[in-house]
Design a protein around this ligand. Structure first.
Ligand SMILES: *[C@@H]1O[C@H](CO)[C@@H](O)[C@H](O)[C@H]1NC(C)=O
Ligand SMILES: *[C@@H]1O[C@H](CO)[C@@H](O)[C@H](O)[C@H]1NC(C)=O
Ligand SMILES: *[C@@H]1O[C@H](CO)[C@@H](O)[C@H](O)[C@H]1NC(C)=O
Length: 491
C-alpha cells in the first residue's frame, strides 16, 4: 500500500502555523526507527527491510512510525569519481533498491552522514563533499538525513563556524530539488538550539543517550549545573534520560512546527531501565516534542516494550498540532538521593491545541514521593504567580497510561502468524489507527482513545496530589470542565 506523503497538508498549514526552516517537512516531530542504539554498525539491506516489515506487522506504522533511518557504516570508501556508494556486501542491490522497497510500503527513507572528514565509525564523511553526497542522497530517494558531527577538523567553537559548516549540506540538499528533511546531530555544541532551526528540521541538543535513567557518566561531561563547564566541552556519549531532560529544560521552548529539539533516539526496550523508567522516558520525549525514533531491535521486542511505544494517548502528545514542547514549571532537588547523589522531582506542563494541558509529574528521587502540582504552577507558562486565567477554572484529570495495552494482547500481536490475525487482534481492541484517522483529526473529534481515563477533578485554584513511585512519571491530560475548545496557535 502506498500512503500519501505528509507534504500536502504540511504546505497548507504553512499559512497559519509559524514554522522553522520552512521546507514544509516535519510539521509534527518525525517518528520512526533508527538502527544505531541496538545494532550500531551491524547494518544491511535485510535489517532495514525486515524491520520495515515489523513496523507494519506490529501496527506501528499505522501509529505514525513512518521513517526507517539507516545510521552509520553503510558506506564503501569514496571513489575516484568523488562519490560514496553503499557497501556491496551489506547492500547487494544498492541504496536505491532499499529506498524503493521502503517507499513501496509507505515508509520514508532516512540516511546518515557526518559533517566531518570521516563519520563517527570512520567511514567517508561529507565535509567538503556535500554537493556530491547530497546528489547521491537525492538520486537514491532519501527523505531524511541524520547529519553527525564527528571529525569536523576543528571547524567548530563558535555558533557561526558550526552554522556555516552545517549550512553547506542544507544548501546542497536544497540544490538537488528533492525535499529532504535535515536532522542535525551536533550534540548541542555551539548553541545549536539558537541556530539549528534556520537550516534544519531537528537538532540534537546533547551528547548521545545511553540506556540509563539517571546514572551520571564521565563520558557525558556537560553538566549544566557545573559553572566549571559552561561551554559544554565534551558532550560525549553516555547521557542519561535525566541528564538530557535537565539539559533541554532552559530552552525547551525553542521547538516549533518544522524544527525540533532532538533529545536523541529512544532506548525503550533495550534492557537497561525498568518498565516505569521506560514509560517516563517515552512520555517525556513525546511531550517535549522530540523526534520519536525507536532504537530497539524490533525483531526481539517484548510485549511490555510494544505496549509502551504503541500507546496512542501518549503519541498524541507528540503529534499535537499546537507543536510546542512542554516546559518544566517546577524542580525539587531536596529529595532523597541515590548512591550517585542523584535525586530530584520535576513537573512539566504544556499547552495542547484544543486547550488541554499535558502535565507530567516525574519522580527521579530515590524513593516514592507524594507530589503535588497546583494550577498556579501548571499554568505558569500562561502567566506566573497564579495570574493565568486557567487557574480560576476546574479541570478534569485524565491518566494517559490508563488504557495501556495488556501484556496478553501485546503478546498476541507479537505472536500473530500473519497480517490477518494481527489485524484481527487490533480490530477487536479497537486500537487507534492513525492511517485511518490522523492524530489531528482524532483530537479535533475527541476520539476517546487519545484521551486516557478520567481519574479526578481539580477545583479552581486547587492542586493535584498523587503518590509517584520511585523512578516513574504520572502523565496526565488536564481538560477544562465545560471548557470551550480554544485554538492555541499563538506563540
Ligand atoms: C547482525 O545482524 C544479523 C542479522 O541482521 C544477525 O544475525 C547478527 O547476529 C548480528 N550480529 C551482531 C554482532 O549483532
Ligand atoms: C489502518 O488503516 C489502514 C487504512 O484504512 C489500513 O490499510 C491498515 O490495514 C490499518 N492497520 C491495521 C493495523 O489494521
Ligand atoms: C521538596 O520535596 C521535599 C520532599 O518531598 C519536600 O519536603 C519539600 O517541601 C519540597 N520542596 C518544595 C519547594 O516543594
Amino acid at each position: 500500500m502506498v500512503r500519501s506523503s505528509s507534504v500536502v497538508p504540511a504546505a497548507v498549514s504553512l499559512f497559519h502555523v509559524a514554522q522553522a526552516v520552512g521546507n514544509g517537512l516535519a510539521i509534527t516531530p518525525p517518528m520512526g526507527w533508527n538502527n544505531w542504539n541496538s545494532l550500531a554498525c551491524n547494518v544491511s539491506e535485510d535489517l532495514l527491510l525486515s524491520t520495515s516489515k515489523k513496523l507494519i506487522d506490529l501496527g506501528l506504522q499505522d501509529l505514525g512510525y513512518d521513517h526507517v533511518v539507516l545510521d552509520d557504516c553503510w558506506q564503501s570508501p569514496r571513489g575516484d569519481d568523488g562519490y560514496v556508494n553503499a557497501d556491496k556486501e551489506k547492500f547487494p542491490r544498492g541504496m536505491k533498491h532499499v529506498s524503493d522497497e521502503l517507499h513501496s510500503v509507505g515508509f520514508k527513507f532516512g540516511m546518515y552522514s557526518s559533517a566531518g572528514e570521516m563519520t563517527c565509525a570512520r567511514f567517508a564523511g561529507s565535509l567538503d563533499h556535500e554537493t556530491k553526497d547530497a546528489e547521491n542522497f537525492a538520486n537514491w530517494g532519501v527523505d531524511f538525513l541524520k547529519y553527525d558531527n564527528c571529525f569536523h577538523m576543528g571547524r567548530m567553537g563558535t555558533p557561526q563556524i558550526s552554522f556555516n559548516r552545517f549550512k553547506v549540506m542544507a544548501d546542497a540538499l536544497k540544490a538537488t530539488g528533492r525535499n529532504i528533511a535535515l536532522s542535525l546531530c551536533n550534540w548541542g555544541e555551539d548553541y545549536v538550539h539558537t541556530w539549528g532551526m534556520s537550516i534544519a528540521n531537528a537538532w540534537r541538543m546533547s551528547g548521545d543517550i545511553y540506556d540509563s535513567f539517571s546514572r551520571p557518566d564521565a563520558l557525558c561531561a556537560c553538566d549544566t549545573n557545573n559553572p566549571a563547564d559552561p561551554f559544554c566541552i565534551a558532550p560525549g556519549t553516555h547521557c542519561s534520560v535525566l541528564f538530557i531532560l535537565n539539559k533541554v529544560a532552559p530552552f525547551a521552548d525553542r521547538s516549533i512546527p518544522g524544527g525540533w529539539s532532538d533529545l536523541d533516539m529512544l532506548e525503550v526496550g533495550q534492557g537497561g531501565m525498568t518498565d516505569e523508567e521506560y514509560k517516563a522516558h517515552f512520555a517525556l520525549w513525546a511531550a517535549l516534542k522530540s523526534p520519536l525514533m525507536l532504537g530497539n531491535d524490533l525483531r526481539i521486542m517484548s510485549p511490555q516494550t510494544l505496549s509502551i511505544v504503541n500507546n496512542p494517548a501518549i503519541i498524541a502528545l507528540s503529534q499535537d498540532p499546537h507543536g510546542r514542547s512542554a516546559t518544566r514549571v517546577a524542580r525539587n532537588t531536596s529529595v532523597p538521593k541515590d548512591e550517585y547523589d542523584i535525586g530530584e522531582t520535576h513537573i512539566w506542563s504544556g499547552k495542547l491545541k484544543n486547550g488541554d494541558q499535558v502535565v507530567i509529574l516525574l519522580n527521579a528521587a530515590n524513593e516514592d514521593v507524594e507530589m503535588s502540582a497546583s494550577l498556579k504552577e501548571i499554568f505558569t507558562p500562561s502567566g506566573p504567580g497564579g495570574s493565568a486565567p486557567q487557574v480560576k477554572e476546574s479541570w478534569e484529570v485524565f491518566d494517559l497510561w490508563a488504557d495501556r495495552m495488556s501484556d496478553a494482547n501485546a503478546q498476541a500481536i507479537l505472536d500473530a502468524e500473519d497480517q490477518a490475525s494481527r489485524s484481527e487482534v487490533l480490530k477487536k481492541l479497537n486500537w487507534y489507527n492513525a492511517s485511518e484517522v490522523s492524530y489531528k483529526e482524532g483530537l479535533e473529534k475527541g476520539d476517546e482513545r487519545l484521551f486516557g481515563k478520567k481519574v479526578g477533578v481539580v477545583e479552581p485554584r486547587g492542586q493535584w496530589d498523587v503518590l509517584v513511585e520511585r523512578h516513574s512519571a504520572k502523565v496526565y491530560r488536564f481538560r477544562q470542565v465545560n471548557g470551550e475548545a480554544g485554538d492555541h496557535d499563538e506563540l
